[in-house]
Each structure stands twice: as C-alpha cells, then as structure tokens.
Design a protein around this ligand. Structure first.
Ligand SMILES: C[S@@+](CC[C@H](N)C(=O)[O-])C[C@H]1O[C@@H](n2cnc3c(N)ncnc32)[C@H](O)[C@@H]1O
Length: 267
C-alpha cells in the first residue's frame, strides 16, 4: 500500500503536465487573473520563461541607477517580446530597452552609448521568437546574441584581459546546475561596483523545504545547486548581496531574485 508521502508525490507527478501558469499564479503586476490569462493565451507559449513585469521594472531602474553600459545575460530566451509591446515588458533586454518598447520613444540618453547586451542562449529559436518585436521597436541592434552554452562562452571572454572587470551588470537565468560555475566566472568579468543578479534563488520555496518534502522532479533536481549558489552569495569582504521577493504575487517566491554587488576584487 502506498504511503501518504508516495501518494503526495504521485499527485505532484500527475499534475506535471498541467499548466505551470496555474500552479505558480500570475507573476506580474496585473491585478486581474483573467487579464493575465488572456495575455498568456494570446502570447507565445514560452511566455512562462520570461521574467515578470515587476522584476523587469526593478532591473530596468537598477541598470539606470548604476549607469550600466556593458551588460551580459545568460539564458536570454525570447528577450523582450512575449507580451504585446504596449504592456509592461516582462523580459530580458528590458533593462536598457523596455522604456523604448513601452513608449515608442528613443532610448534614454543614459543608454545611447551603451554596448549591446551580450545575450547568451543555447536555443536560437527562443531568441528568434522575440526578434520581430525587437526589430519593430528598433532595438534589435542592441542585442548581441551568442548561441551556445553559457560556460564556454564565458571562458572565451575570460581569455581576453580587456574583458576582466569590464562588465557593469550580469544577469543569470539559465541552467541552475551551473549557477555556481557562472558565478566563479562572472566575479572575474564584472567590475568593482558592478552587480550580478541571479533569478530563482528560492527555487519555488524548495530551499527551505525538508529534503524529503514532495516536490516536482525538476524542482528537486536543481534545489541543491541553488542552495550552493546561495551559500556562495553570502556577503564577504569582497561583495555585498541582497535578495528581493520580486514577482512572488501571493505565492511562494518562485522567482526570487538575488543581487550581488562586487565591492573589491580581493576574495
Ligand atoms: C528562464 S529562460 C530565460 C528567461 C529570460 N532570462 C527572460 O527573463 O526573459 C531560460 C533560458 O536559458 C536557456 N539555457 C538553458 N541552459 C543554458 C545554457 N547552458 N547556456 C545558455 N542558455 C541556456 C534556455 O534555452 C532558456 O531560453
């Protein structure tokens, strides 16, 4: 006979195919579930991959505050475009670009001199979903897309002295089992005073769940890697870090964002 725990696990697995949107709730500032659902249904199905509107707005502001010019994102996905451009843009190149998308106005002066965001993703198709919207908004030239796994691409950057300590901002939102490996490389690439952001650092709340708690397979698989990263992000003499429960809506912080600022190169 199945134990209560097995039954719970079975039920978690049975629901695996159900809409993850329903499971995590809407992750935006929109007040109406119906409106959110409408946007999802009339947007691309990969919308679930994109960062939420409130997180996007926060990053956008942060990037302005630190005057970021050289930025990098690992796990770029469709970039800007899953939602209609007139709505708050929930996604990636949002930092430098979403103002332009929303208002159809020229980029803010702060970003006129900025380099294109170095956008890495193993999946070109994901990137291409967003391309037409980026083109329409006149910002496609602000995205330097590099297809491939993030680690070797970062290693290539590290081979050139001029890249060390040269990035103002990095955002990591790709394979969680490599978060710690991205971190080791990014602390060499991001400048003192620069910021590194990691998405999903509470990993659906699993970081505080008992190890034997029922959870989806993918949540369980990545949990220990996220825990390892969180330990590495604890403040040190070389860095400061802060977490923000952005995009949590009323749910268990599935998209918690953790930021780390480099304060010195000494480790
Ligand atoms: C959650 S989505 C990124 C969402 C995006 N940051 C946003 O806010 O719109 C994760 C992306 O990481 C990409 N990815 C997964 N493993 C990767 C790897 N090893 N290197 C680079 N990209 C990877 C996937 O193809 C996917 O497009």
């Amino acid at each position: 006979m199945a134990t209560a725990e097995q039954q719970q696990n079975d039920s978690v697995e049975k629901n695996e195919g159900q809409s993850r949107h329903q499971e995590v709730g809407h992750k935006s500032l929109l007040q109406s579930d119906a409106l959110y659902q409408y946007i999802l249904e009339t947007s691309h199905p990969w919308n679930i991959m994109t960062t939420s509107a409130d997180e996007g707005q926060f990053l956008n502001l942060l990037l302005k505050l630190i005057g970021a010019r050289k930025t990098i994102e690992i796990g770029y996905s469709p970039g800007i475009p899953c939602s209609p451009p007139r709505l708050p843009s929930p996604t990636t190149a949002r930092y430098a670009l979403s103002d332009r998308i929303r208002s159809n106005s020229p980029p803010l002066p702060l970003f006129r001199g900025s380099s294109p965001i170095l956008a890495m993703d193993i999946n070109r198709e994901n990137f291409e979903i967003g391309l037409p919207v980026m083109e329409k908004a006149g910002v496609a030239h602000k995205v330097d897309f590099r297809e491939g796994p993030g680690l070797p691409l970062l290693d290539q950057l590290l081979e050139h002295e001029k890249n060390l300590g040269s990035f103002d901002f990095a955002f990591v939102d790709a394979d969680k089992d490599n978060y710690i490996n991205y971190h080791k490389r990014l602390i060499e690439l991001v400048k003192v005073g620069g910021v590194i952001g990691y998405d999903n650092t509470l990993w659906n709340g699993s970081v505080v769940a008992p190890p034997d708690a029922p959870m989806r397979k993918y949540v369980r698989y990545y949990r220990d890697f996220v825990l390892e990263l969180n330990k590495a992000l604890a403040p040190t003499p070389a860095s400061r870090s802060a977490s923000s429960p952005l995009a949590t809506a009323s749910h268990s912080a599935p998209h918690h964002l953790k930021m780390m600022m480099m304060t010195t190169r000494k480790k």
